[in-house]
Design a protein around this ligand. Structure first.
Ligand SMILES: [Zn+2]
Length: 148
């Protein structure tokens, strides 16, 4: 079977989309370690599958990964909080300052393959809690590196 055209991971035994659905369900249940890392892991997935990026071209996802890698989960949560507050006041169509500053250069998706993909994070497909945090961090670092 052909590997995923976007992140390069094997599609066997599960496709990236199937794994992403599992990850979303775990995140929405709000339990540690998946719940707190929900925004970070969704950002990793979207930036490794650019065809699924929202209308902001991944600016928020990109800012979130940078905040997480530089300042940890606290920093990432603060960014999300600021962006939410900013959204209610900002001029229509203008992203919040923090998001704009961290936006990736506008160009095509990276051609380099990612050294860590959702398949690595999923392990056996269940996203086991043991060392989940470490795997997400490696996933975030590999995503930013490939786009940089
Ligand atoms: Zn993929």
């Amino acid at each position: 079977m052909e590997p995923c055209a976007e992140c390069g991971a094997p599609m066997d035994p599960r496709s990236c989309d199937e794994l992403f659905q599992t990850l979303l369900a775990l995140g929405h249940a709000r339990q540690a370690p998946w719940g707190p890392l929900h925004g970070v892991s969704v950002s990793c997935f979207l930036l490794q599958h650019p065809s699924q990026l929202p209308a902001d071209d991944g600016a928020m996802a990109w800012a979130l990964l940078h905040a997480y890698l530089e300042g940890g989960l606290d920093e990432a949560n603060q960014l999300v909080g600021r962006a939410r507050r900013g959204n209610s006041h900002r001029v229509q169509g203008t992203p919040a300052q923090a998001v704009r500053d961290a936006a990736p250069p506008h160009r095509d998706a990276p051609h380099a393959r990612f050294s860590v993909t959702i398949h690595d994070v999923a392990v056996d497909g269940s996203f086991p809690s043991a060392e989940f945090t470490e795997r997400v961090k490696a996933w975030a670092a590999a995503t930013v590196e490939a786009w940089s």
